[in-house]
Unconditional design. Sequence first.
Length: 120
Amino acid sequence: MRLPPHGKRLAERLRHNNPPLYAVVTVGLGSWERAKKWNASKTGHCAMTLPADTPPASLSWPVEGLPVVIEADEGPSDQLISDLALELLKAGSLQATLIPKNKPDAPLTRFIWEHKKAAA
């Protein structure tokens, strides 16, 4: 599987044991430009983009051990956001938090994978 757009930078940082505090996935209207702004900022965070009409499961998400912020604008359905969050968690993200950019007053949505220990 291929990395998402802008994912190579994050994969390289993880490979060199230099992870950011968190990763960002932009999706929806203006997602490419928003990812470029995140990556150009001095915060050190790494942003990737989920391109329109691309199933999240078709990409390899380099997020193992990182919390992820999903920055969504107009366009993606609730189902697509849920599918993206699930793929990020399956790829090893600690959690995925949705920030709906087009709804500034909306509450944040946090997706967490709960691992249950097997009974001994």
